[in-house]
Design a protein around this ligand. Structure first.
Ligand code: FAD
Ligand code: ZN
Length: 471
């Protein structure tokens, strides 16, 4: 069927009201991704205000043979949330769907529209005396729908799990434009296949998430943050084991920052504090206690003293206030921004068994330096989860764009072959999107791919939901 664009735009206007259908002017806020790597051209940007309107948009698209690309905060890092350049896809922005529908304190849940910004939800949970423990550097603009569509991780996965573990239910508009209401906040429900878990992490390719019921947690009584300096990754791994044995589930965050990653932060954001002298590795630890601040501080400081005695760390600094703690996190969270300032880079979001990380880095660092003399390794991430952002920046003075175009494929091959050799994953938390689709086709087992394609075919037989992404 050839598409009648004018008739489709009329149908979209009828579905959501003419002012919420954007076709002219500068649409780059929706058409260009956060990394500025993918720029598409949408047939229209449509901004429904309710689940019924989302369903009407999907039905209109189906009737006219158009595909739909859902978008939340457009902070995704794998090119999954912007349209392709065909000018035929409808960009469906969830950003106007931003209501908190209910907070149930006794059930420890909140039910929210998909377009709610994560930070707003954290605040609303906090106002209710509870904790929504999903946290990532993009929280000021990413949406909960995007978090669930990508099964986002972030900085508290160690204690609370990733977005999947924080979700009890979903409301989804299917590829036919029907609404599946699975929002009941049940912790137990074994009535057949788990549809919720199918949509979580599906990156808009199976349906559109319009609302979610999220798990909340009691707020910890005290929370403390520290930086510690390590001479090598093996020490970081040993420190993790010591911290886990001393702090148990109280250890909520364990992040590492390589020296070059932190150097980039200081180069591009010189106003940020430098609590420790530069070291090969700087670890950020966060500890949350259900008892009071004094008990927590004693336990936390005694962990760091033991680490010093065992020569796992060379130096440490514990934040004295919430403001200082936020400043330490700010250092960590500024790495992606500093990298973007430095120029395009080859990003890897890999997962490995924690125990394999030192050997993996030793081997892969050496292989990259040999193949691409002068490359700069921006290595940082969620060591507690075995998840590294193992990024490769062009040699100093080399134009980043040209380096990326020429060498991304070769660099990926070295890194992903090593990941595979160590039984890791080439996408820990950012997803597949457009960026890693070929990698998925090449590296996932044939049986897994066959099952994934069968699911896609069953839920979206016309291939209208974010086509060309993931599979
Ligand atoms: P978008 O970018 O709009 O979309 C992402 C994908 O989800 C697309 O495929 C889109 O089609 C789909 N989608 C969006 N909304 C819906 C919906 N309602 N229904 C169905 N599909 C939908 N990620 C992590 O996991 N951990 C991190 O620590 C982390 N840190 C980051 C730091 C920075 C500075 C930045 C820019 C990004 C970071 N990310 C991280 C990646 C990104 O923030 C997350 O993937 C986030 O969850 C995306 O949310 P979003 O609303 O921006 O989604
Ligand atoms: Zn991350």
């Amino acid at each position: 069927m050839t598409m009648d664009a004018a008739a489709l735009i009329d149908a979209l206007r009828a579905a959501v009201g003419a002012p919420q259908v954007l076709v002219d002017g500068d649409l780059s806020a929706w058409e260009l991704d956060w990394r500025k790597r993918w720029r598409g051209k949408a047939l229209a940007v449509v901004r429904p205000g309710s689940t019924a309107e989302v369903a009407a948009v999907v039905k209109a698209c189906a009737a006219h043979g158009a595909s739909v690309v859902p978008q939340g905060g457009n902070t995704g890092l794998v090119g999954g949330g912007v349209p392709d350049d065909s000018g035929t896809q409808v960009l469906l922005s969830l950003s106007r769907m931003n209501r908190v529908r209910a907070i149930d304190a006794a059930n420890l849940t909140m039910t929210v529209d998909a377009g709610c910004v994560l930070q707003v939800l954290q605040q609303q949970a906090d106002d209710a005396g509870l904790l929504l423990p999903l946290s990532l550097a993009a929280e000021g603009s990413c949406t909960i729908g995007g978090n669930l569509a990508t099964n986002a991780g972030g900085t508290q996965v160690l204690r609370y799990g990733n977005a999947r573990e924080l979700c009890l239910g979903l409301e989804v508009v299917t590829a036919d434009g029907e609404v599946w209401d699975g929002l009941a906040g049940l912790r137990k429900d074994n009535t057949g296949y788990d549809l919720r878990d199918l949509f979580i992490g599906s990156e808009g390719t199976l349906g559109i998430i319009t609302a979610a019921t999220l798990k909340l947690h009691p707020k910890p009584a005290a929370s403390l943050t520290a930086l510690a300096a390590c001479a090598n990754l093996a020490q970081c791994v040993a420190l993790l084991a010591l911290a886990q044995s001393r702090l148990g589930p109280g250890l909520t965050g364990f992040e590492v920052m390589g020296d070059f990653a932190l150097a980039l932060v200081h180069r591009h954001f010189p106003q940020l504090p430098r609590p420790l002298a530069p070291a090969p590795w700087t670890v950020l630890l966060e500890y949350a206690d259900t008892e009071g601040l004094d008990t927590a501080r004693t336990r936390f400081e005694s962990l760091l003293e033991a680490a010093l005695e065992q020569a796992l760390i060379g130096d440490a600094a514990v934040a004295e206030s919430l403001a200082q703690s936020a400043a330490l996190w700010h250092l960590r969270e500024s790495i992606p921004l500093a990298q973007a300032e430095e120029g395009l880079n080859v990003k890897h979001d890999i997962a490995l068994p924690v125990s394999a990380i030192p050997a993996f880095c030793e081997r892969t660092d050496a292989a990259l330096r040999e193949a691409y003399p002068g490359v700069r390794l921006v290595n940082f991430g969620h060591l507690g989860d075995g998840n590294l952002h193992y990024n490769v920046q062009a040699p100093e003075g080399t134009p980043a764009g040209a380096f990326l175009a020429a060498h991304e494929h070769g660099i990926n091959r070295i890194v992903y072959d090593a990941v595979q050799a160590f039984d890791g994953s080439f996408s820990a938390e950012h997803g597949i999107g457009a960026l890693k689709r070929d990698e998925l086709a090449e590296r996932k087992s044939p049986v897994a791919l066959k099952l994934m394609r069968a699911i896609k075919q069953a839920l979206d037989p016309q291939n209208r939901m974010n086509p060309g992404r993931v599979l």
